[in-house]
Design a protein around this ligand. Structure first.
Ligand SMILES: [Zn+2]
Length: 490
């Protein structure tokens, strides 16, 4: 029997850690702040990569790879960038048995080193747009870490693009934000809000930062992806220029955008439960586990044979083949473990569908089917099994999304005064929609007094209508206000 998982209601943070460790998604490593992603977790990352890589390539970007080490002088070229990242940088000062003349920073992000190459590669407007993506690891020294959500080293993709105009760069920034939104909602079944970050929360060196924000089951927000309009800030620092059609040399306009292994943490905190991990079918590594009930010795061979045949038939059927992902089936014929133990184990691991096949089922031409996110078992005739499985996989993906969306919407509140806002954040948690005057003083007050932050200035139109009389909740002055999404976050 596996160790007990702390219930969510008792301690959400311990529950999270229990799920990650017991479902063998990741483990602590001998290097402080760094995690080991175990095969179960890495399979999720591979599926994220596979799906997202296609979507990124559809926008025209191509993959490339740049060095892990960045000359320290590069980082210093863009003033805001170095100010934002320097405190988190790990620096290599000694190598090959001696002190290095130039120190190297282990990349916290690659805008600088990529720009040094862009400056070489771009000559004229004909070279633009230049659209590059990199799958890699980055390092940001963290004081307080949490598996997947915040680790010193993490895996991500970072896209970097160059354009001839600010408008084109802005369009690309928004396009990639949409790619992330669709990916999060369709594949991770994770509903998100898209929005613009406030000045104080934007990426160091960007003109504008957009993000997608999702609500976890403890009602805190998770920033799940970011897309930055860098304008010409890095281009100016690195002289990344092009000869325009009018014969003039101009700086390029750039964007960068990324999502990381943090998505796996978000996935866990969105869908998993007190029994363990729940994988949306589109991301699951194994979709179906068949557990043959082998207690009766004389029936054993027949049951195993049927299980193998079932697995084959399921995979061959068109209903299954026409799903937008490849189905993997595992037959667990291990006789050293009891069926009951296995049921718990596969619930813990988050396999979407479990089929039980015993002597009685064989007699009746049926299996017992249990879907991971539903609390019931049903008997299914083998004649309609493939179709039933296909239907369940499709509806499970949809139901997980709908459930998370309903939870988010039920925990999103409109607040009109600072008192009401503070009370809501303290007693209910969740997302608050409030008016803000854009003054950093008011933003800081919220942050200091409630530990909540302005997550985004939402892009969705339903948030933009703001009645005349609605004022900034903090200062209550007549300054024109906008509506923002405020929450405590990871
Ligand atoms: Zn104000």
């Amino acid at each position: 029997m596996a160790e007990k998982i702390t219930p969510r209601a008792e301690n959400f943070s311990e529950w999270y850690q229990d799920v990650v460790l017991q479902a063998k998604l990741a483990d602590y490593s001998p290097v402080k702040g760094c995690m080991v992603i175990r095969p179960n977790g890495y399979a999720l990352w591979e599926n994220i990569q596979k799906e997202l890589d296609q979507r990124i390539k559809k926008t025209g970007a191509k993959n490339a790879y740049f060095p892990l080490l960045i000359p320290e002088s590069f980082l210093k070229k863009e003033a805001q960038h170095v100010e934002g990242f320097a405190p988190q940088c790990a620096v290599v000062t000694y190598a090959g048995g001696k002190e290095l003349e130039e120190k190297y920073v282990v990349r916290p992000t690659s805008e600088t080193i990529i720009n040094s190459m862009f400056a070489k590669w771009i000559q004229s407007y004909r070279d633009l747009p230049l659209l590059i993506n990199q799958w890699c690891n980055v390092m940001r020294w963290e004081m307080k870490t949490k598996l997947f959500l915040r680790t010193t080293e993490f895996l991500w993709q970072e896209g970097h693009t160059c354009h001839t105009s600010l408008e084109e760069a802005e369009n690309k920034t928004r396009q990639m934000l949409e790619v992330y939104k669709n990916f999060a909602e369709e594949i991770l079944a994770m509903p998100v809000w898209m929005g613009l970050k406030s000045e104080s929360e934007k990426f160091a060196g960007a003109l504008r930062t957009y993000s997608i924000e999702s609500m976890m089951q403890d009602k805190k927000a998770l920033q799940a992806g970011t897309s930055h309009n860098l304008a010409s800030n890095f281009a100016k620092a690195f002289d990344t220029m092009f000869l325009d059609q009018d014969g003039k040399q101009k700086h390029v306009y750039q964007t960068s955008w990324g999502v990381s292994t943090r998505l796996i943490g978000g996935l866990i905190m969105t869908h998993s439960d007190d029994k363990g991990f729940v994988a949306p079918p589109r991301l699951a590594e194994t979709h179906i586990v068949i557990v043959p009930i082998l207690a009766q010795a004389q029936m054993k061979d027949k049951i195993l044979e049927k299980a193998t045949e079932l697995s084959k038939t399921i995979l061959e059927r068109n209903e299954i083949k026409s799903l937008p992902y490849n189905i993997k089936i595992n037959i667990d014929a291990d006789e050293t473990k009891q069926p009951g133990w296995k049921f718990h184990e596969y619930e813990l691991l988050g396999v979407p569908i479990r089929l039980e096949l015993g002597p009685k089922d064989l007699e009746k031409n049926q299996v017992v089917l249990a879907r991971r996110d539903l609390d019931k078992k049903e008997f299914i005739s083998l004649d309609i099994l493939p179709q039933t499985i296909a239907n369940h996989l499709v509806s499970m993906q949809k139901d997980l999304f709908e459930k998370a969306k309903k939870f988010r919407d039920q925990n999103t509140f409109q607040t009109y005064s600072y008192t009401e806002f503070k009370q809501t954040i303290e007693t209910k948690g969740g997302f608050c929609l409030t008016a803000w005057c854009k003054d950093p003083v008011c933003e800081n007050k919220i942050k200091e007094e409630t530990k909540a932050t302005i997550r985004v200035l939402p892009l969705d139109s339903i948030f933009q209508e703001i009645p005349e009389k609605e004022k900034c909740i903090v200062c209550q002055t007549k300054k024109p206000a906008i509506r923002v999404l405020v929450a405590r976050s990871y």
